[in-house]
Design a protein around this ligand. Structure first.
Ligand code: NIG
Ligand code: FE
Length: 388
């Protein structure tokens, strides 16, 4: 049976926009007074409402493809409000970790949390207000083979209207009782067990995480084991983006300190750059060079990095809007970063544009004009619709 959604004031389809590089708003396809026909969980047509048919489901406002958050750490216990208070007093991320905060504090809070699955479910259910219909979720707050496997099971088993893409980030930082070399070796040894649960492998290849040489060994073994690779790269020190390019990773995420050379290496190796403005806002550090990356021809994706430490805000629209106003990104570039380019960072080619055959995942905003969405800098909330 065909469903007819609408009449919408506008449908912003993102049809025809280039996969990579700078984009201009004049290339945006905007269909006024639009209807969307849906059947079997797929979009059948997006066109003027009066030309549509199907069983009516009334909706209004502005409709876009559901947003894809390609990088999050939503599976955690506790909070780091204490860390944030220290940041406000001028302490750095690394100083706070040495004072007993940081990732290891969240590992303790996560391991002592009684109902992690419920917490994760509640967090995923809140994402619809930001228009998110697909969300990547990393492990990383277990830091032992058994607890990382258990976090990945929780992430996979969670029930939510959001499509969840799990990623193994067992190599988030080195646990206290190990040398980095021994911990990495133990993780590699257990790759077959991880591979049964998850296809994506991440590592924090930076100060506070793992050295580049060790990350290289880990990723090379991960590739052999059949994982798609992604990295936390160039957040504090350079080297991770070049490693992502060398290893043929799917994406390189963060890139706060990346320069032209790093971006060109990512481009040549077809690695998607994912920028995480929420982590800059949470740490009080400058935004990555998003304008430069787009002008160099890269397919910039924008994601939330939501986590209790570096990126607590969780409002992806506010984060993208602020990156946009400081880095001078067009609406076309921002929406592409949250939709089909985000999907590409997760190797998903079936979503991210309102065109025939794509998954029927929608972000719907109660406004008259798509430009209001970033204009209100995150205070205009969305609703989502996802058809299976
Ligand atoms: O993406 N930098 C490493 N990992 C996270 C932060 C995790 C945390 O501080 O709990 C990030 O920023
Ligand atoms: Fe992250």
């Amino acid at each position: 049976m065909t469903l007819l959604l609408g009449p919408f004031k506008q449908a912003l389809t993102l049809r025809g926009l280039n996969q990579a590089g700078a984009l201009s708003d004049k290339d945006l396809e905007i269909i006024p007074d639009a209807g969307v026909e849906v059947a079997d969980g797929r979009i059948q047509a997006v066109k003027p409402y009066k030309e549509c048919s199907g069983k009516k489901q009334e909706c209004g406002g502005v409709v876009l493809p559901g947003f894809v958050d390609a990088h999050s750490h939503l599976c955690y216990g506790g909070d780091r409000a204490g860390d944030y208070a220290l940041k406000l007093q001028g302490k750095s991320y690394h100083e706070i970790s040495k004072m007993g905060g940081g990732i290891l504090k969240t590992v303790n809070d996560t391991l002592s949390e009684q109902d992690l699955k419920k917490l994760l479910e509640e967090r995923l259910n809140k994402l619809s207000r930001y228009g998110i219909t697909t969300c990547e979720v990393k492990s990383g707050y277990g830091l032992s083979v058994e607890s990382e496997l258990s976090l990945l099971k929780t992430i996979k088993d969670v029930k939510s209207s959001v499509d969840v893409i799990p990623t193994c980030l067992a190599a988030h930082t080195c646990p206290l009782n190990y040398t980095p070399e021994d911990y990495i070796e133990e993780l590699i040894h257990n790759f077959p067990r991880f591979k049964k649960l998850v296809n994506r492998l991440d590592i924090f290849a930076d100060k506070g995480g793992f050295e580049i040489a060790l990350a290289k060994l880990y990723l090379a073994e991960g590739k052999k084991a059949g994982f798609a690779l992604t990295l936390h790269a160039d957040q504090f020190t350079r080297g991770g983006a070049l490693l992502a390019a060398e290893m043929g990773a799917v994406s390189a995420d963060h890139l706060e300190v990346s320069e032209t050379e790093d971006f060109l290496a990512l481009k040549a190796a077809n690695v998607v750059p994912v920028m995480l403005p929420g982590a800059c806002l949470g740490l009080g550090i400058p935004f990555p060079k998003a304008r430069l990356a787009l002008d160099l021809g890269l397919p910039l994706a924008i994601a939330s990095d939501t986590n209790p430490g570096s990126s607590p805000m969780g409002n992806l629209i506010a984060e993208a809007s602020l990156l946009g106003i400081y880095e001078k990104l067009s609406n076309a570039e921002l929406f592409s970063g949250l939709t089909f380019r985000g999907a590409r960072a997760l190797q998903l080619s079936d979503r991210g544009r309102l065109v025939q055959g794509m998954k029927a995942h929608f972000a719907i905003f109660d406004c008259n004009d798509y430009r209001e969405i970033f204009y209100y800098q995150g205070s205009l909330h969305a609703k989502t619709l996802s058809f299976k």
